[in-house]
Design a protein around this ligand. Structure first.
Ligand code: UFG
Length: 346
């Protein structure tokens, strides 16, 4: 018998997946994390069981589904570094696309009809307008975006043919950490702006490199829509509830409708951490658009969702609190860096 409260969370030991598990539990669900721990952290799984496995391992997936009988899946497990995807598309297509098809097949064969999918603004490619709606053309510009769009299309095709339901959620720039300090990011090789700034403020990196100061923006640096990971997590729960109640499909942007420039983020970090945060100006990073800001009014309207933590001060102060906790634990506390975790899991 399927259990309406059980949610299989692929990538539940990862950054956004673990925050989603916390929100699920707070809303009366039972999250079962399924994660291969390649980049996830065992210690981030605190709100339900962890089953260690790969989404490409259908036997393992099938066993977990039969054990817990989830009615729904939240699918976060994926490779996500854009630069890596350019160097090694084979790995991305195998892990993300083939892995998602394994998951969809196991869901279909076991009667799981609800899926919330972790998609990205990368499916839009180079933006044609400043505030992107869901109707913006889908033209990814790197293998990561291609893989996420292929995953979206598979989910839609399965829904049309086999009657399953989906909520596809396209995130803009996820950042920040749990405000109780229980979870956050823990990647040794992060490429994202806010975690890198936390490293500079902790004297683990000498400076931040600002990629591009000649964009056509008010201060010359690129503008992004930073959305707090707790607001993302909440939107996932609302989307799941909406889907189960109203029996319909959703494709929604998750962002704030507001942008911050790189310099504005750097200045906020200086203010909140009290660190000088040396910055060096560099050329633009290949493939970076000048402005990437969501029009997320559909998500706000349909899900009755309001980002509560996504002002840049709260994003930076929660990320900083998390980082300081990590620093105190010398990375040997609750969250080992991913390489160490991999060794422990081997
Ligand atoms: N940046 C710097 N210095 C750094 C790192 C980043 O100046 O050391 C700048 C980038 O050039 C960009 C902004 O800070 O203008 C944000 O960069 P991130 O790397 O934090 O995030 P991205 O906007 O590149 O990535 C996000 C998502 C991806 C998604 C992509 C779509 O994290 O998953 O948007 O464009 F693919």
């Amino acid at each position: 018998m399927i259990n309406e409260k059980v949610v299989l969370v692929t990538g539940g030991a990862g950054y956004i997946g673990s925050h989603a598990c916390k929100a699920l539990k707070a809303n009366g669900y039972f999250p079962v994390s399924y994660d291969n721990l390649i980049s996830g952290n065992e210690a981030a799984v605190k709100w339900g069981p962890l089953e260690v496995g790969d989404i490409r391992d259908r036997q393992a997936l099938s066993a977990v589904i039969k054990k817990y009988r989830p009615a729904s899946i939240m699918h976060f497990a994926a490779l996500i570094q854009v630069g890596d995807s350019v160097k090694n598309p084979a790995e991305f297509y195998d892990n993300n696309i083939h892995g998602s098809q394994c998951l969809l097949e196991e869901a279909r064969q076991n009667g799981i009809t609800n899926m919330v999918f972790s998609s990205t603004a990368a499916v839009y490619g180079s933006p044609l307008s400043d505030a992107i709606t869901e109707a913006h053309p889908l033209r990814p510009i790197n293998p990561y975006g291609n893989s996420k769009l292929a995953m979206e299309n598979m989910i839609r095709d399965y829904s049309a043919a086999y009657g399953s339901q989906y909520a596809i959620l396209r995130y803009f720039n996820a950042a920040g950490a749990d405000d109780d300090g229980q979870i956050g990011t823990a990647y040794k090789t992060d490429t994202h702006l806010v975690p890198l700034l936390m490293q500079v403020a902790s004297d683990k990196l000498p400076q931040i490199q600002i990629f591009g100061t000649d964009y056509d923006t008010h201060d010359g640096t690129a503008i992004r829509d930073y959305i707090h990971v707790m607001d993302l997590a909440e939107a996932h729960v609302l989307a799941l509830r909406h889907m189960m109640k109203n029996k319909g499909n959703l494709t929604l942007n998750l962002g704030t409708n507001n942008g911050q420039s790189v310099r504005e983020v750097v200045n906020t970090v200086r203010r909140i951490t009290g660190h000088t945060v040396p910055a060096q100006e560099f050329d633009r990073r290949t493939g970076d658009p000048a402005v990437l800001v969501a029009n997320a009014t559909e998500a706000q309207r349909i899900l009755n969702w309001q980002p509560l933590y996504s002002d840049i001060e709260t994003i930076v102060s929660t990320a900083w609190a998390w980082r300081r906790k990590q620093n105190k634990q010398g990375h040997r506390g609750a969250f080992a860096p991913d390489t160490e975790q991999r060794r422990l899991a081997a």
